[in-house]
Design a protein around this ligand. Structure first.
Ligand code: ZN
Length: 699
């Protein structure tokens, strides 16, 4: 690995942080970030660092302190305050205790914080306290794990790193590990690092640079050792990859449907997941090896990944790539997981602690790829990163001719059930649509963009579907700035073309595993009397407003049937369906046809628990900077007919309703939200959003 230390960067950290935090903590922040920034060393909150120094108490007296990484901080982005200060003198005295449970350890750590509001220090804090060195760096490097997680690993590590590095068998992180680490160091005081089997690397030094560079040195040695013994991967076939993607597209809704967990709520019967596939020629080759199942159906590289990816992946052999096979395999996985939990819980003497859920987080499908699962896209992305590392390391072990060795079920349970680890999954209820995926057509228009925004605010994953081009592009950029990129997907789609609809739908399925909501908002308007109507104009509207609706409803029905976890469809209809306007025949008639299609969909899809409802707004002129396309078409004619300017026309519409309300895209979006969050058991229903127009009230 590369040595990332730069004297200039170090000086920058010193000038930024040393005045407030002191030089040691400034440089501790710098090298912690160096570790955190190297994916081959730590992932997603893994690893921890410390420095020993002095804390000044309220009387102005110096107190010896340990500044150690706190839970919830990532090394890659840590700040000086990300290291909580602890009374190190007291912590060191804990070594005299014969044992200390995880819960008691967390209490004693919190009780010895020198700043009461500080975040809970790392589970590995005592190890940092018991070792005498000023700076300590702890990481989980790929190269070290490649050697520590295989049969005969101690011998390989000794050969690779020499006798300056202590090798310690796996011990559950916490008090017992801290004591063993201190004992081992006391026996070999001239050592310059320590490998914890199936766990990671510890280095130390009297300066931040020395400790960091020791990590670089041992990792580089391990990498060189592996490179000599690991033949290059076999030649790869990229045709296989495109076939695998096609297979994944067909299987994803089945997988997502089978993974969804039934809940006890009638209106919200499923807790869904987001799926992110990992499909590369390398991974397909690995999954296709004769020994792949033995190699990959094994525990994670380090126990701190357990909370994210569970002790084992779900292996789905090719003969199970069908609805029954998938459902049976998921059910068997859940049963086996529950059995593991009950067995280990009893063995550990723990009472009553239930697992968070029993669904797999990694699915391995030979011929298809690896599917990474999370309760939302952020979690699925994290699973994906861990899977990339796990497959790389296990693949390397296989190429070295080694045999993978993970930790025991008892050690898995000890870590998976540990409170601070469980807390990493968060205790807050997810946002209402946090597990859901929606596709909104006509997304770049005034109403469409308002709907997308409202759904994103509720945590939903949203595919913005519209004709490819600048309006879609700029909407994507705008919403990315507000909500990040993870829950957004711009899909260029022409709703009049079934092929384009199918391709767009497939992109959403490949990105998140499936869809739960369809908002049919794409529409065109045209102004003409029947007397003067050109049939091309009528047909143009018919293609978008009627055929477009039909193509998407057909795709939705097929998809929801496959996925088997219900769904919601909302059609943005119009008040014109109930109260048509003169010179607006093409629009009113085609929207009425779309409205009728949606009502029929509500009949046909009810058995699938798909609810289909309609929102009927009166004119929406704009949303922020986005003018309504419909009004660009209709406005000039209406202004001419009534002798009004744009503002006058808007107030004309406002004044014609009972509430004198100006109708906005946000109002329409709230009506959509009412339906998709399933506030009432309604389907086939029309909700007017028009300020009260008696002649347009559905009847
Ligand atoms: Zn660790």
């Amino acid at each position: 690995m590369e040595n990332g230390w730069s004297a200039a960067e170090a000086a920058r950290y010193l000038s930024q942080y040393a005045p407030q935090w002191g030089e040691d903590l400034a440089l501790r922040t710098y090298t912690s970030r160096l570790l955190g920034g190297a994916k081959e060393l730590v992932l997603h909150g893994g690893g921890n660092t410390s420095v020993k120094g002095v804390w000044v108490n309220a009387l102005g007296e110096p107190v010896p302190a340990l500044f150690v990484k706190a839970s919830g901080w990532n090394l890659a982005s840590i700040l000086p305050e990300g290291h909580s200060a602890l009374n190190v003198t007291f912590l060191q005295r804990l070594q005299q205790l014969p044992e200390l449970s995880d819960e008691a350890m967390v209490r004693v750590l919190r009780a010895n914080l020198l700043e009461p509001e500080a975040a809970t220090p790392s589970i590995e804090s005592l190890l940092h306290a018991f070792l005498p060195h000023t700076f300590i760096d702890h990481s989980h490097p790929d190269a070290i794990l490649t050697l520590s997680n295989q049969a005969g690993g101690e011998r390989l590590l000794a050969e690779a790193l020499g006798d300056e590095v202590i090798i310690l068998p796996y011990i559950h992180p916490g008090f017992a590990l801290a004591k063993e680490v201190a004992k081992a160091f006391a026996k070999a005081p001239h050592s310059r690092g320590m490998v914890l089997m199936q766990h990671g690397l510890l280095t130390w030094g009297e300066s931040a640079q020395a400790s960091y560079e020791a990590t670089v040195q041992w990792v580089t040695r391990a990498e060189a050792f592996i490179a000599q013994r690991c033949p290059p991967p076999p030649a790869l076939d990229s045709v296989v990859e495109s076939e695998a993607w096609a297979r994944y597209g067909a299987l994803a809704p089945l997988l997502r449907g089978a993974l969804a967990m039934p809940t006890a709520e009638a209106d919200h019967p499923w807790q869904r997941f987001i799926l992110r596939p990992l499909i590369t020629p390398e991974i397909l080759a690995l999954l296709g090896q004769a020994e792949a199942k033995t190699l990959l159906l094994s525990p994670p590289l380090t126990t701190d990944h357990l909370i994210r990816i569970k002790p084992l992946p779900l292996w789905l052999a090719e003969e199970a790539h069908n609805p029954e096979g998938i459902r049976a395999a998921v059910a068997a996985y859940r049963q086996a997981y529950q059995a593991y939990w009950a067995r280990e819980r009893e063995a550990a003497g723990v009472v009553g602690l239930e697992p968070r859920d029993s669904s797999p987080r990694l699915l391995m499908l030979p011929g298809v790829g690896v599917v990474c699962v999370g309760r939302n896209s952020a979690e699925a992305d994290m699973t994906w990163d861990l899977a990339v590392q796990l497959l790389a390391v296990k693949g390397m072990i296989a190429r070295m001719g080694g045999q993978y060795v993970g930790v025991s079920p008892a050690d898995q349970f000890a870590m998976e059930s540990y409170g601070p680890q469980r807390a990493k999954l968060g205790n807050q209820a997810p946002p209402p649509l946090g597990h859901s995926v929606a596709l909104v057509t006509g997304a770049a228009g005034a109403i469409g963009s308002g709907i997308c925004r409202t759904l994103l605010e509720q945590g939903c994953h949203v595919a913005l579907a519209d004709l490819p081009g600048e309006p879609l592009h700029s909407l994507e950029a705008e919403l990315r700035g507000l909500y990040g990129a993870g829950r957004l997907l711009a899909v260029g789609m022409d709703v009049t073309d079934p092929q384009s609809v199918a391709e767009g739908w497939e992109r959403v399925v490949r990105t998140w595993g499936g869809l739960d909501m369809l908002i049919l908002n794409a529409g065109l308007a045209h102004v003409s009397s029947l007397e003067e109507m050109r049939s091309e104009a009528f047909i143009r509207l018919q293609r978008v407003n009627v055929e477009g609706t039909l193509h998407l409803l057909s795709a939705a029905a097929r998809h929801f049937r496959q996925q088997g976890t219900g769904g919601d469809v909302v059609l943005i209809s119009t008040k014109n369906v109930f109260a048509p306007g003169a010179n607006f025949g093409a629009y009113s008639a085609t929207k009425a046809a779309a409205h009728q299609l949606a009502r029929i969909a509500s009949l046909e899809m009810a058995a699938l628990d798909v609810r289909v409802n309609m929102v009927a707004p009166d004119g929406v002129f704009s949303e922020g900077q986005r003018p309504s396309g419909l009004w660009a078409e209709v406005g000039p004619d209406r202004m001419r007919a009534r002798g009004l300017d744009a503002a006058g026309l808007e107030s004309y519409y406002q004044n014609r309703n009972l509430l004198k309300a100006r109708i906005t895209a946000t109002h329409v979006a709230r009506a959509v939200l009412f339906f998709v969050t399933r506030q009432t058991p309604s389907t086939g229903v029309t909700l007017p959003v028009d300020g009260g127009l008696p002649d347009a009230t559905p009847r």
